[in-house]
Structures are given as structure tokens and as C-alpha cells.
Write a new protein. Structure first.
Length: 351
């Protein structure tokens, strides 16, 4: 919904795709290696904070100069059309794999009524943390939807308050959010939580800072021009996900979220791309959201498979690589056959 006369930051699209792939690999691997201290991509969950920061930048860029003319209602309609078709699709996939998981070794321990409630709340993005075997995830059928819940909250707050804030007050809000985030990290010893009922408000702390920081990067015009291409920026992003754990690691996690990711967004916005890199970034950006919202439908099933078969390292690597490629191909098909047509139809009816 960005106006056609505006520049499109393709490098940022590409980095979103890299982050989505990192999330898929991280979720595969954590089913096999529960101890993040020895997991080579143990900080893959930081991709969510990067998504939030990127979202703040993109929302400010796309809507700061026109949300007053659009009004809150139209703005929220546009955002719902952009995001919610995949929320519904991910919920349907989650329901299907819950009911017909070929790798589950025991009967489903939930009544039809509870399963129906899980589905309805998932479709409506209403947190419902009831499945103990899934860590009381806010959305049992599609766990990654927890970040979409907070993305919706951030969009509502932007449409009511944030678009009105002067830069000086935005700085104050961002600093305050940084203090809260550091407080959460100090108390918990890490910043990875937010996906379940017990750590619900950690998700709020994570989105608050990162969304505000991304918005501040845009409003301050902190666009760093450089010769860094998509490949170099991708390596810099992945370094955050493979960062090793250590005592007091929350400080390094906070540093990545508070400083490193806003800097990467600024660098990505000013990156230089060749024609091939532009095509790759466009493709990666397009499939990033469908990939993020569909991949978890098979992750729990893979966890059951791993528990019963215990494949060795070589077979595990092959499964993860093949699974990631297949999920990427599936996300592309979902984008072409479902997401884009549904959004086009909804725009024709409501926008």
C-alpha cells in the first residue's frame, strides 16, 4: 500500500527474508537441541526483534505523510488486509496438523470444544495459552502468531498516538522503552520470551522498543549510505542469530536489540544493490511473511518425529535443509495462489 512514487527499500525486504529463513532453521533446530547454549543458531529468536524494528521504519515511511488523510479506520483496514489473510491461513494449517499429525504417538488430549476454541481464538488473534505440551503458547495452533498480536497492537498505537508524536517525544518514548526492556532482561537473565502466557508482557517490552526505534530511525532520516550489498548485510544480520551465549548474556542481547538492529535497518535503507540482488531481495521480501506464518504447522510434527527416531547429526542436517527448502517453496505457492489474490480481492471491496 506504499504509494507508487515512493522509493522501495529492497535491501530491507531481502533482510526480512533472511530473518524469516533464520526463524525456520531455529525452530527446526530447537526441537532437536533444547539447550540454546549449545545450539549454533541459539539466538535465532532475535529475528522477531529485527522484524519489529523493520516494521517501525516501514510503517513510518509508508504512512507518516498520509495517515491524517486516511484516518484511523482506513489505516487499520489496510493493515488488516495486508496481515490477516495469512493469520487465518496459518490457523487452518495449525488445526490440520494438530488433528492429523502422522508423528504423534498418543491420542489428542483435548475435546472438540477446546480445539474449536483454539481455532477461533487463533483466527481472531486472541491469546489462549492452554496447551501445556506446547509451552502454553499464546496461540497453540500457530505459535509465531504471538508476534503478529503485538504487531497489531503496535499498529493501533501508531494510528492513535505515535504518528502525532514530535521527534523529541518519540526519543523520550524510545529511551523509556529501552529502560523497560533492560529491566526485563536483568530480571529474567535473557530477552527471548513473550510467546507464552507466563511471559506475555515480555513481548510487549520487546515490540515497544524495537517498533519505536525503527520509527525513530525513519523520522531522523538515519539512512547510512555505503557500498555494503545484500550479501554483506545478510552476514551482519546472521551474526546476531549465531551469537554464542555467556554469563550475563542479556546485556549482549540488549545491545543487539538497542543498537545493532537499528543500525542494520539504517544500513539496509542506504544499501547499494545490483540488478540480480534487487530481484533476490524482492523475492525474499515477498515470501518472508507467508513463510513465517506457515512454517510452524510442521514444526511440532517434526519435534514428534525427532523424539521417536533420533536421527544423527548428518540426517538432521539433511532434514533441516530439505525442510527449509520445501517450506520456502510452499510459502511461495501460498503467496501466489492465496495471499496475493485474497488481498487483491479485499482491497477491491474495502479500500
Amino acid at each position: 500500500m506504499v504509494t507508487k512514487t515512493k522509493q522501495h527499500f529492497l535491501a530491507l525486504d531481502g533482510l526480512r527474508g533472511v530473518a524469516a529463513l533464520a526463524v525456520v532453521v531455529f525452530h527446526f533446530m530447537e526441537m532437536a537441541i533444547y539447550n540454546y547454549n549449545v545450539l549454533w543458531i541459539g539466538h535465532g529468536w532475535l529475528a522477531v526483534d529485527f522484524f519489529f524494528c523493520l516494521s517501525g521504519f516501514v510503517i513510518g515511511y509508508a504512512y507518516d505523510d498520509r495517515i491524517r488523510q486516511m484516518g484511523l479506520k482506513k489505516f487499520l483496514e489496510v493493515r488488516l488486509i495486508r496481515l490477516h489473510p495469512m493469520v487465518v491461513f496459518g490457523s487452518v494449517l495449525g488445526l490440520l496438523t494438530l488433528l492429523w499429525d502422522p508423528n504423534r504417538t498418543s491420542a489428542l488430549a483435548y475435546s472438540a470444544g477446546k480445539v474449536a476454541t483454539m481455532f477461533v481464538t487463533s483466527v481472531l488473534l486472541i491469546p489462549y495459552p492452554v496447551m501445556h505440551e506446547r509451552g502454553y503458547s499464546l496461540f497453540s495452533l500457530n505459535s509465531p502468531a504471538w508476534s503478529l498480536f503485538w504487531e497489531y497492537v503496535a499498529n493501533v498505537v501508531y494510528g492513535i498516538v505515535l504518528f502525532r508524536l514530535r521527534r523529541s517525544w518519540l526519543i523520550v518514548a524510545t529511551v523509556a522503552a529501552a529502560i523497560v526492556l533492560c529491566g526485563v532482561g536483568h530480571n529474567a537473565g535473557n530477552l527471548w520470551a513473550g510467546f507464552n502466557g507466563k511471559t506475555f508482557w515480555t513481548g510487549g517490552a520487546r515490540v515497544s522498543f524495537s517498533f519505536l526505534a525503527g520509527l525513530l530511525v525513519y523520522r531522523s532520516r538515519w539512512i547510512v549510505r555505503s557500498r555494503l550489498g545484500f550479501g554483506s548485510l545478510s552476514v551482519l544480520l546472521v551474526l546476531a542469530f549465531v551469537m554464542p551465549y555467556a554469563t550475563g548474556g542479556w546485556l549482549r542481547e540488549a545491545a543487539v536489540i538497542l543498537v545493532y538492529f537499528p543500525l542494520l535497518v539504517a544500513l539496509g535503507a542506504g544499501a547499494t544493490l545490483g540488478p540480480r540482488a534487487e530481484k533476490l531481495c524482492k523475492f525474499a521480501g515477498n515470501i518472508s511473511y507467508p513463510l513465517y506464518m506457515t512454517h510452524y504447522a510442521v514444526i511440532w510434527s517434526f519435534g514428534d518425529f525427532y523424539s521417536s527416531h533420533k536421527p544423527d547429526a548428518a540426517h538432521l542436517a539433511a532434514i533441516v535443509v530439505a525442510g527449509t527448502l520445501l517450506l520456502t517453496a510452499f510459502a511461495y505457492l501460498v503467496m501466489v495462489l492465496y495471499d496475493k489474490p485474497v488481498r487483491a480481492y479485499l482491497r477491491s471491496k474495502f479500500v
